[in-house]
Design a protein around this ligand. Structure first.
Ligand SMILES: Cc1ncc(COP(=O)(O)O)c(C=O)c1O
Length: 347
């Protein structure tokens, strides 16, 4: 069984390895947290106003939205709700187009289901034919991510529609939109036509709330029901509940980060072109870069300067690749300086 290789706890330095907003959250969130009273912390948290604020942001009915302790919880709850084998029944299958966020396969295996991995196209364009060919009568979940992690490539809406029309009855298509704010592309407006699609979102990325652990899922109540049953009743804490409306009220903070992400990606692409490195244009806040046989040299030179990157070289199609967050411009410049130093040094 695959096991999640949790990144080392590297907090002394520049964290460019977990796609976080390295500029942090809005000051409005800090104010909301500071305003929490002792009695609020003493009680189990109320969810109504955070659910309403989040539903309004997503443009969905609050009845169709569940808050989560991070989208990770939604992925595990989906696995528990849909991928547990029943006694004497067939092994439930989860289709996972590679390369993918590793948690999909891990959670599938944890609950006893079978991950069905689909090999990527060399350019990471969506391998629709192979995904359709992987669907069987035992398919229970198709895990899609748009933009995808670690490639940054979006999954075409039409591919999602086609898959949703072709999965067996009782199966769902899980669209992970953790990086939605950077791409602006969402399947949410199509949910009324596709009751077998559920969407996952998170406040960990664009909003800079990863430390508070807050995400959400939306979809048709029938599709959400098995997932809701698997989410612990008070899994979202009062700090996250207080933070959500405050974060949503300061969207200017997100917009400022989004502008920096665009600038950072342009700087990174230009650096890769100067240095002759293959990269993939990203619709998210990170870029996958092929450092090839210089990968180890780049990772270790960066780590020596306390700049942390993610080695993705063992993922399908990602040989020799690292993934780097592309957010705060000053942080991106520090990474580019290391890249140039290593690659321009005499061999
Ligand atoms: C595709 C994808 N889904 C979900 C998550 C987890 O989000 P959260 O922090 O809300 O648990 C991540 C985090 O890296 C991710 O990349």
């Amino acid at each position: 069984m695959s096991k999640y290789q949790k990144p080392a706890e590297l907090y002394d330095g520049l964290r460019l390895h977990q796609n976080e907003n390295t500029g942090g959250c809005s000051p409005k969130v800090i104010e909301a947290l500071a305003a929490l009273r002792a009695d609020q912390i003493g009680f189990y948290p109320p969810y109504e106003s955070a659910t309403r604020a989040c539903a309004e942001y997503l443009g969905v009915d609050p009845d169709r939205l569940s808050l989560l302790n991070g989208l990770d919880e939604g992925i595990m709850a989906t696995a528990v709700g849909y991928l547990r084998p029943s006694v004497g029944g067939p092994l439930p299958e989860a289709i996972i187009p590679d390369p993918a966020f590793e948690i999909f396969a891990i959670d599938t295996e944890v609950v006893g289901g079978a991950p069905v991995r689909v090999a990527p196209n060399p350019d990471f364009s969506f391998a629709l034919d192979r995904v359709l060919a992987a669907i069987t009568a035992n398919t229970r979940v198709v895990f899609l991510t748009s933009p995808n992690n670690p490639t940054g490539v979006t999954t075409p809406l039409d591919a999602i529609r086609t898959i949703a029309r072709n999965v067996p009855e009782g199966a769902i298509v899980f669209v992970d939109e953790a990086y939605f704010e950077f791409s602006g592309q969402t399947f949410i407006p199509e949910l009324p036509q596709f009751p077998n699609v559920v969407i996952g979102r998170t406040f960990s990325k664009a909003f800079g709330l990863a430390g508070l652990r807050i995400g959400a899922m939306t979809g048709h109540p029938d599709a959400l029901e098995p997932i809701r049953l698997a989410v612990p009743v008070y899994s979202v804490n009062i700090a996250a509940v207080a933070a959500v409306p405050a974060a949503l009220q300061d969207f200017a903070h997100v917009e400022n980060y989004l502008r920096q992400v665009e600038q950072s990606k342009a700087l990174l692409y230009a650096a890769c072109e100067r240095l002759g490195l293959k990269y993939w244009k990203s619709a998210a806040n990170f870029v996958l870069v092929r450092a090839g046989d210089r990968l180890e040299a780049v990772l270790s030179a960066a780590a020596a300067r306390k700049i942390y990157l993610r080695d993705r070289s063992t993922e399908p199609g990602c040989e020799g690749c690292l993934r780097v967050a592309a957010g705060v411009v000053e942080h991106t410049r520090r990474f580019i300086a290391v890249l140039e130093e290593v690659l321009c040094a005499a061999p």
